[in-house]
Design a protein around this ligand. Structure first.
Ligand SMILES: NC(=O)C1=CN([C@@H]2O[C@H](COP(=O)(O)OP(=O)(O)OC[C@H]3O[C@@H](n4cnc5c(N)ncnc54)[C@H](O)[C@@H]3O)[C@@H](O)[C@H]2O)C=CC1
Ligand SMILES: O=C([O-])CC(=O)C(=O)O
Length: 308
C-alpha cells in the first residue's frame, strides 16, 4: 500500500508520521515544492523508525510526481494555512490554484488514486477536485468532520470531566467557523445522551467551542493546528488502506442526500478500500436541518468564488 502526502509542512509531516507509526502502509512518499524540504522531513522521520518501531518506508520528493506513481491514496495538504484573525475562506485565492495543479499531477501518475483533500477552504477545495478531475465521487474525500468530531469529543469530555474514551459524538456540515453542525442531541457518554449530564447552556457552549476549534488554535499557535489534523487524516487513510468500513463525517459530493445537491459538505460516510463506500443519510431534527441548510448556503457561496 503506497500513500502520497503532498505538502511536507506541519499537517503533511504530522500525517506522514502518524501513518508510519501505525505501520499499515508499506510506503509513504512526501512531496513538496520547496527544494529539499520533503526529502529532509522524510529522512528525519525515517530516523525515528528504529525508535518508534515501524517498517514503513518514507521518501521525499521535490515536485517530482514520478516518485508518487501508482499511489493507492494521496493526501493533499499543500497550500497556505491561515493566520490569527483570518477565516479559512480567505485562503481560496492561493490554494485553489495549488490544489488544482496538484490533483492533476497526481492523477497523471496514479490514475486510480483515492484523493483526500485537506487544504482549506476544504469543502470548496474538495468540490474543485470534483469539477476539475472528473474522477468518480467515491475517490474524492474531504477531511474536516473527523477532526471536528475529535474536537467535539474533547470539549464534551472536558465539560463532563469524563475520559474521552467514554464519549461518542459527531460534527457534520461545512468545515468553517460558523458552518459546523455538532450533533449534540446524538452525542453520548457510554450510550447515555450527554444531555443527561450537561445543561442546555453548557451543551451550547461545547458546540460553540467546537465550531471555533481551529480558530482558537490558530490564535494560540500563530498558524493553524497540525497534530489533530494529521491524526484525523491518518485514521481515514488507515480505514481505506485496511478496508475497515469505518464511519467518519467527510466532505463528499451530495446528490440529494440531506436535501442537498452539487455540493461537497461533511456528512457521515463509510470508508473502505474503494474510498467512500456509502453515504449515511441520518434523520436530523428540524433545528439540525436548518443549521445544515445554512451551512450549505455558506459553502455554496464560497464555491461561487471558484473560477471553473
Ligand atoms: N481540513 C482540515 O481540517 C485542515 C486543513 N488545514 C489546511 O492544510 C493546509 C496546510 O497547512 P499546514 O501544513 O499547516 O501549512 P504549511 O505551510 O506548514 O505547509 C504547507 C506546505 O505546502 C507546500 N506547498 C505549497 N504549494 C505547493 C505545491 N504547489 N506543491 C507542493 N507543495 C506545495 C509548502 O511548501 C508547505 O511546505 C492549509 O491550507 C490549512 O489551512 C490545516 C489543518 C486542518
Ligand atoms: O483552522 C484552520 O485554519 C485549520 C483547520 O481547518 C483546522 O484546524 O480545523
Amino acid at each position: 500500500m503506497k500513500v502520497t502526502v503532498v505538502g511536507a509542512g506541519a499537517v503533511g509531516a504530522s500525517c506522514a508520521e502518524y501513518i508510519a507509526i501505525k505501520d499499515f502502509a508499506s510506503e509513504v512518499v512526501i512531496l513538496d515544492i520547496k527544494e529539499g524540504y520533503a526529502e529532509g522531513k522524510a529522512m528525519d522521520l525515517m530516523q525515528t523508525a528504529s525508535l518508534m518501531g515501524f517498517d514503513t518506508k518514507i521518501t521525499g520528493s521535490t515536485n517530482d510526481y514520478g516518485k508518487t506513481a501508482d499511489s493507492h491514496i494521496a493526501v493533499i495538504t499543500s497550500g497556505i494555512p491561515r493566520k490569527p484573525g483570518m477565516t479559512r475562506e480567505e485562503l481560496i485565492g492561493i490554494n485553489a490554484g495549488i490544489v488544482k495543479t496538484v490533483s492533476s499531477n497526481l492523477l497523471k501518475h496514479s490514475p486510480n488514486v483515492i484523493i483526500i483533500v485537506v487544504s482549506n477552504p476544504m469543502d470548496t477545495m474538495t468540490y474543485l477536485v470534483h469539477k476539475t478531475t472528473g474522477i468518480p465521487k467515491n475517490r474524492i474525500i474531504g477531511m474536516g468532520g473527523a477532526l471536528d468530531s475529535a474536537r467535539f469529543k474533547y470539549r464534551l469530555a472536558e465539560a463532563m470531566e469524563a475520559p474521552i474514551s467514554d464519549i461518542d459524538g459527531m460534527v457534520i456540515g461545512g468545515h468553517s467557523d460558523t458552518g459546523m453542525v455538532p450533533l449534540t442531541s446524538h452525542a453520548t457518554r457510554n450510550s447515555i445522551r450527554v444531555s443527561e449530564f450537561l445543561s442546555e447552556n453548557r451543551l451550547q457552549q461545547v458546540a460553540e467551542d467546537t465550531k471555533v476549534g481551529g480558530a482558537t488554535l490558530t490564535k494560540l499557535l500563530g498558524t493553524s493546528a497540525w497534530y489533530a489534523p494529521g491524526a484525523a487524516v491518518s485514521s481515514m487513510v488507515q480505514a481505506i488502506a485496511c478496508d475497515q468500513k469505518k464511519m467518519f463525517p467527510c466532505s463528499t459530493m451530495l446528490d440529494g442526500e440531506y436535501g442537498l445537491k452539487d455540493i461537497c459538505i461533511g456528512v457521515p460516510v463509510l470508508l473502505g478500500k474503494d474510498g467512500i463506500e456509502k453515504i449515511i443519510d441520518i434523520p436530523l431534527s428540524d433545528a439540525e436541518k436548518a443549521k445544515m441548510k445554512e451551512s450549505a448556503e455558506g459553502v455554496s457561496k464560497t464555491n461561487g468564488l471558484l473560477e471553473l
